[in-house]
Structure formats: structure tokens, C-alpha cells
Design a protein around this ligand. Structure first.
Ligand SMILES: O=C(CO)[C@@H](O)[C@H](O)COP(=O)(O)O
Length: 219
């Protein structure tokens, strides 16, 4: 381990959308600080989840830090609407855009945390130019679109690379990982240097989510 504490961001994708109040409370009661919200458009990824209305409804129910992950094409169209809806961080996929730097600027202009994400087949070298500009890098450790998948081991090396790069260049971005994080894999990503790990099924499918969060953060 790096000696620093990594935090768990429960992913609402694995929650029961028909009982959203109860699900948000589960995260709050467990002591989570962040809540991860997956916005899917049925184009960048096969599934569709929700948009600004849901983010705003969640915002009205909680003070948790809302970590909005845009798995959409044309994410630039959602930056301002998501900030108005209550997002605290907006992360987009570099694979979904041509002018990534322009979107980074537009997110930063809104005074929320700016994140970029890469899917398992995208190397860290593709985002080197952006690393000094952003607050958060989200490493997808599964192919995005569904909860409950197995972590792809080769993605862990990207966390190590990003951790090494930030030390070498004295940068402060957070590293987050998303997909297949559970009791069996969490120590792997922590050792590699993550600050935040997203947990969907491990948290929401647990009989005792509070205990699960505690275990995942302590392991
Ligand atoms: O973005 C995604 C999936 O595309 C995630 O946020 C999932 O919600 C993670 O779920 P688990 O792999 O933890 O079940």
C-alpha cells in the first residue's frame, strides 16, 4: 500500500433505480463521501441510464460529492447542464471526442473537478498532454457499459504509470478506477496507487453495504 487512504465511491448503476432514496441513504449511512453516477447514452456504450433530471433529483436528496461519469458521445453538450444539475466532478471519455482539451477547459470554467477517462484498450500515452490540466483520471478496468464484470488485470499497470507520472512531474491529479473492484481486487488497485475506487455490485449487492465499504476501504 502507499500509506494513503483510498476512498470508495459507490456506483449507483448497481442500485435499484426504483428505490433511489433508499439507495442514496445506503451510501450515506455507510460513510461514503463520493457517489458515482454513470450517464450512458446507448451510443458510446450499449446501455442507456439517465441524464440531468436524475442527477438533479439525486442532488436534492444528498450532500454527497456527485462524481458524474459521462459515457456518452458529444459530452460537450452535457457539461453545463450537468453542472446546473448539481455535479461536483465531470469525467468524460477521451475516446468520445476530437478536441479533448477544449472540453477540459469548458469543465474547468464551470469550477467543478475535471476528469478524463480511458477504456481498457486506450493507453496512458494518449492522454499525456492532458495530465497537467485535469483533476481526475478515471481508469476503466472493465469495458464500460455494465456493472458486475471482472477487472481486466492489464489495466492496473495504467494506474501505476499514472502514479509514477504524477510523482515525477509533481502533479496533483487523483487516480480513480472503475469496474470489477471487490474484496479480491481492491488491494491490487490500492497498491498501484488509486485515490478513489468505484464499487457498484460489491457495494449495492452486499447484504451489509456499510460493512462492505468499511472492509473495502480497510483492506
Ligand atoms: O461504469 C461502470 C460500468 O461501465 C461502473 O461504474 C460500474 O457500475 C461498476 O460496477 P462494478 O464492476 O463495480 O459492479
Amino acid at each position: 500500500m502507499n500509506g494513503k487512504k483510498s476512498i470508495c465511491a459507490p456506483s449507483i448503476l448497481s442500485a435499484d433505480f426504483t428505490k433511489i432514496d433508499r439507495e442514496i441513504k445506503k451510501a450515506e449511512t455507510a460513510g461514503a463521501i463520493w457517489l458515482h453516477l454513470d450517464v450512458m447514452d446507448g451510443q458510446f456504450v450499449p446501455e442507456i441510464t439517465f441524464g440531468t433530471k436524475m442527477v438533479n433529483d439525486i442532488r436534492k436528496k444528498t450532500e454527497l460529492f456527485l462524481d458524474v461519469h459521462l459515457m456518452v458521445n458529444n459530452p460537450e453538450n452535457l457539461v453545463v447542464p450537468m453542472v446546473r444539475a448539481g455535479a461536483d466532478a465531470i469525467t468524460f471519455h477521451v475516446e468520445a471526442v476530437v478536441h479533448a482539451h477544449r472540453i477540459v477547459q469548458s469543465i474547468k470554467n464551470e469550477n467543478v473537478l475535471c476528469g478524463i477517462s480511458i477504456v481498457p484498450s486506450t493507453p496512458v500515452s494518449l492522454i499525456t498532454e492532458l495530465l497537467s490540466e485535469v483533476d481526475l483520471i478515471l481508469i476503466m478496468s472493465v469495458n464500460p457499459g455494465y456493472g458486475g464484470q471482472k477487472l481486466i488485470p492489464s489495466t492496473v499497470e495504467k494506474i501505476r504509470q499514472l502514479d509514477h507520472f504524477r510523482r515525477e512531474h509533481n502533479l496533483n491529479y487523483k487516480i480513480s478506477v472503475d469496474g470489477g473492484v471487490n474484496r479480491n481486487t481492491v488491494s491490487l488497485v490500492k497498491k498501484a496507487g488509486v485515490d478513489v475506487f468505484v464499487a457498484g455490485s460489491a457495494f449495492f449487492n452486499s447484504e451489509d453495504p456499510a460493512e462492505e465499504l468499511k472492509v473495502l476501504e480497510t483492506i
